[in-house]
Ligand binder design. Sequence first.
Ligand code: NOJ
Length: 717
Amino acid sequence: MKEKDKKLTDIIDGMSLEDKALMLTQYPIDSICGNKEIVTGCWDMDGMTNDMIMRVGTVLNVANGETADRIRAIRKENGIDDPLMFMLDVIHGYRTIFPIPLAMACSFDTELVEECARIAAVEAAADGVDATFSPMVDLARDARWGRVMETAGEDPYLGGEMGKAYIRGYHNGGLACCVKHFAAYGAAEGGRDYDTTDVSERNLNEYYLRAYCECVKEKPEMFMSSFNLLNGKPLLAHPELTVDKLRDEWGFDGVLISDYNAVRELNVHGYAATPRDCALTAFNAELDIEMCSPCYANNLPDLVREGVVDEKSLDEKVYRVLKMKDRCGLYDIDKSTDTQKRDKITLCEEFRAAAKKAEERSCVLLKNDGVLPLKKSANIALVGPFADEKYIFGHWASTGRADDVVTVKQGIERTLGRTVESEKGCSYDLLSDDESGFDAAVRFAQNSDVIVACVGEHMYNSGESHSRADIALPKVQTALLRRLKTLGKPVVLVVFGGRPLALTDVLPLADAVLYAWQGGTECGSAIASLLYGDAVPSAKTVMSFPRSSGQCPIYYNHFQTGRPRASGKPAVLSGDICTVGYDDEYNDPLFPFGYGLSYTTFDYSDLKLDKAKMRRDGKIAATVTVNNTGDRDGTEIVQWYIRDKFASVVRPVKELKGYERVELKAGESKTVRFEITKDTLAFFTDGGAFDAESGDFDLFVGGNSRDCLQTGFSLVD
Ligand code: NOJ
């Protein structure tokens, strides 16, 4: 047990039971303090009086320094000395908005992610925010799930690396942060947000928990528990995860906070019969802060008085919250907003430039039959519902402003130095069947050299609670593209999405496809520089792109079955039966994990190992030559995968073990090196240990998870 800080224990000694329960309660308000200024959040905090509300330890959703100052002042006037802590979802930027995390992960660029998180933190901290509820490191295998946009995709290793980069960035920028949603929230059945998960212990340890565990190394201040049922019990009824795993095994000594209203939802799940039971269940799962429900506030004091809950354990939780506040410096300074400083840095040129670079490195070029990059002299017809749309910056950017956003049209105008016109053609509404704008769009495109069609899903059709059953491009947009295709002109698609959309139907209608995700404040300027070749695409997909919704969940690191279908084709085409697959669909995705094109081409050769056998205390150095075979400079993301061929439990067909962004001038070659040790090969063995087993391994290296050079080596005792 580490020694406690006396300053904090003295504070706890002076607190009543009620004060302690309120310290563990987070209130959802924009304005606080027991007078007319109270505006309650959308959830009812029944039973909590204004006086109680004024004394809570932390609040969320105050996104304005002046309001934070006002709240602090009112608390002071009412004799409350303890510094309130302000928390907010700063997910992909504060005022300068960066691409959504799923997009940023496609850069495979942890330095970039760290820098963007730092900027977000600097802006947020200058506006009164003390902590963000980010990073989210849930594993995402099902593109129907709305929240894949907040993740780093389907690979647990990459998820951990990205999560750590966000934490470092937030800390460097002066913000505390919270790893979420612990645990397995991404495994929601049917891809429906908030839905049940059922995950074996093996799958949990090996895949779902991996990134959370990795993040502990960067010392985040908080972990957030998730909403979901896991294997029949709500997350807050899994002390073996929240206590044994998180605290005891991983050594996390920060604050565990619930998700919004999740303590009260223990009742809705059918697990805890009363608010008192809810409080007790969460308390026993070592939950420190209850977010936005009043079970702790209304019940903990009595639970202690009745002897059901031990006051020492209550004090432990309070201590953790105070410690977090102290770590943020809240006891040392009298915080107040320096509005001049804030206004000077907010959305400054430097931050905008970082946002542009981030989107340039996040957009994935999925197809290019030679039409890109566009010639600046070409007469383009800019069409589609997102051609001049500002709501392309990303779903979880509530402090972002549409007015700040550069649209694709504006970006192109800046790049070309002249005005361009655009025509929507149709709406982005998911269920729209209104084709009345088609004729105008076709007329508009008739005399162009090339059509640039900005299509996709609206940013509010992904994100929390926005799951989709059909992830194809909305039908009306596909119909518009069919009409445009009849003009016989080259068509470039710029696709917006918070998830990989199933593009099978529209791929043949396009000569090039640039997948832009949701790209932050500078979305349009980054897209323009990529379209015109001022920047060269380098990003790679971090989720497999399904051919159809029915393929979900689909991920590259799956297991081999006993009956693999060699052709991978639908049975109606191949006649294959009694092998794994569909009658009416291919097995492989439309674009595999790690895939993405450039304006140049890369060739891989000379995959070599310095030895074919490795002892357990040894290592193998692998090298490969990567050659830029095109006539443009470019960046290739070199990816290393392994497969453990036989083990005490079956291993995935491929597992990402390393990657590197390699810049290559036209014609240049570089040797890329990768080291393999026992740790690279470790997994949860049948005996339950995280260890490597002796035997044979495949090593793959390439520019995506499908097209790789391959060699092999052995681990020997
Ligand atoms: C619910 C979301 O699941 C979580 O990610 C978020 O941090 C909280 N609400 C607070 O807004």
